[in-house]
Structure formats: structure tokens, C-alpha cells
Design a protein around this ligand. Structure first.
Ligand SMILES: Nc1ncnc2c1ncn2[C@@H]1O[C@H](COP(=O)(O)OP(=O)(O)OP(=O)(O)O)[C@@H](O)[C@H]1O
Length: 236
């Protein structure tokens, strides 16, 4: 059984449909990339899996259980974590306090968790006293990733982690995620428009176009711009 299975998922904003039909799966330990242009439904999909957007049809099973009836908090407790688009870190809190917020729900001594997370993010170690709002976009993205990891999710949902970020830090984010997936038992579902980033990290890649996700892009087609463009809904 897959760790995450999404079947025939539908979601709407009022009467306006945003997801028409989404079918995909993520196996434990995989990095699954979902490629899509602006407005195709990527954010809506991740927010629906996390429980922020109400679904109007279809199924979501996580770790063998139907999670459609669970609150966001209950999904987080079950092991889902979302790193939202725009990062949503606390601008007036220090880097360290942002991490403490991430860890607030953990019981017992949280020191070792922070120390372990910071091993993965040496850049953040040097910025612990800096206000979140004074970080660059890339540093904020690293902080948002670190904060999510503080809760030790089984499945991390990443919403466009490269958006608006300098190429040098994009490489650092990619390298950090590679170390993370090699070191820990974690599954990642990543939505992106950045083809290089997604192909560099993902075990499998799907495309979403106009709220429909039903096709995995075969690995050998990912290097063919024409094929990728067709999968993303731009038929020649
Ligand atoms: N809160 C909302 N109310 C109404 N419609 C919305 C809302 N959020 C998104 N939509 C619409 O739902 C569709 C999918 O949007 P979504 O943000 O999921 O796409 P996306 O692929 O993440 O795009 P982007 O890359 O621009 O973030 C779009 O047509 C968008 O206008």
C-alpha cells in the first residue's frame, strides 16, 4: 500500500472548480514531483491534502487511513507537514523562535531535535538570532523547511520552494533535500514550475493541467521540452 493515495479528487472555491480529477500516489521514501504552470491547481491540491481546502469528491488515504474527515491539526499529528508557498515564517520572531514555534507541540526535551535539524541547515545555524523578516527569500525558504521538519513529518508537502529564489540558494535547497531524503525516512510531494529542480530531486514526476492530474511523465520524456510542454497542457 502506498503512503499517500489520492483518487478522483475534486475541490472547488464556491461554485468554481479548481481540481477536477486528481489521481496519484507516493510510496514511502519517495520524492514525487508535480509539475504545473500558474493557476493549474498545485497549491489547491497540497492544501486539500493538508485539510485547508474542503474536497468535494474523491479519496485521500494516508498511511492506510482515510483522512478526509480529519482536521488540519489531526493530519499534522498523523504525520503530514506543509511548507506553504510564500513560506509564512514569522517575520518578527528570530530564526530560533520560528523553530521553537515549529517544535511547540513536541513533548519532552526538544533540544536534540533542533540540534539535529540545524545539522542539515548550517546556514541557519549562523542566523539563529536574526529576525525572520530580515532573511533573504532563500533563507526564509530554508527556515520554513526546517520549521516543518521540527515536527518530524512522515510526508512533507512542498509548495514551489524555488519561487522567487536566487539560483545559488535553489542549489542549496536541492542539496539539503537530497541529504534529508538520504538520511531520514521521509516522503516528499513537491509542486513546482521549475523543471530542473523537480527532475533533479524526484523519483517520479506527474503533470497537473487545469485541475486534472492523471499522468506520470516517463523519466525519458523529461528531457524532451516538447513532450513536457504537452504533458503540462500546452499541446503543439
Ligand atoms: N481562494 C481562492 N478563491 C477562489 N479561487 C481560487 C482561490 N485560490 C485559488 N483559486 C483558483 O483556483 C485555481 C487553482 O489555483 P492554485 O493556486 O491552486 O494554482 P497553482 O497551480 O498553485 O498556481 P500558482 O503557481 O500561481 O500558485 C486558479 O484558477 C485560481 O484562480
Amino acid at each position: 500500500m502506498s503512503l499517500l493515495e489520492v483518487r478522483g479528487l475534486k475541490a472547488s472555491y464556491g461554485v468554481v472548480p479548481a481540481l477536477h480529477r486528481v489521481d496519484f500516489r507516493a510510496e514511502a521514501g519517495e520524492v514525487v514531483g508535480i509539475l504545473g504552470h500558474n493557476g493549474m491547481g498545485k497549491t489547491t491540491l497540497l492544501r486539500a491534502i493538508m485539510g485547508y481546502v474542503k474536497v468535494t469528491g474523491g479519496e485521500i488515504s494516508f498511511d492506510g487511513a482515510d483522512i478526509r474527515g480529519l482536521s488540519v491539526n489531526a493530519r499534522a499529528r498523523a504525520g503530514l507537514g506543509l511548507v506553504p508557498q510564500g513560506r509564512e515564517i514569522f517575520p518578527n520572531l528570530s530564526v530560533e523562535d520560528n523553530l521553537m514555534v515549529g517544535i511547540a507541540t513536541q513533548k519532552g526535551d526538544t533540544g536534540p531535535i533542533i540540534a539535529e535539524i540545524l545539522e542539515l541547515f548550517p546556514r541557519l545555524k549562523r542566523l539563529l538570532d536574526r529576525r525572520g523578516g530580515a532573511l533573504s527569500g532563500g533563507e526564509q525558504q530554508l527556515l520554513a523547511l526546517a520549521r516543518c521538519l521540527c515536527r518530524r513529518p512522515k510526508l512533507m508537502l512542498l509548495d514551489e520552494p524555488t519561487e522567487g529564489i536566487q539560483p545559488s540558494i535553489i542549489d542549496e535547497i536541492s542539496d539539503t533535500l537530497k541529504v534529508l531524503t538520504a538520511r531520514q525516512d521521509i516522503t516528499i510531494v513537491l509542486v513546482e514550475q521549475n523543471l530542473d529542480f523537480i527532475t533533479g530531486l524526484s523519483d517520479r514526476v506527474y503533470a497537473i493541467a487545469n485541475g486534472v492530474l492523471d499522468s506520470e511523465i516517463p523519466r525519458d520524456r523529461l528531457t524532451d521540452p516538447q513532450a513536457v510542454s504537452e504533458f503540462m497542457g500546452f499541446a503543439a
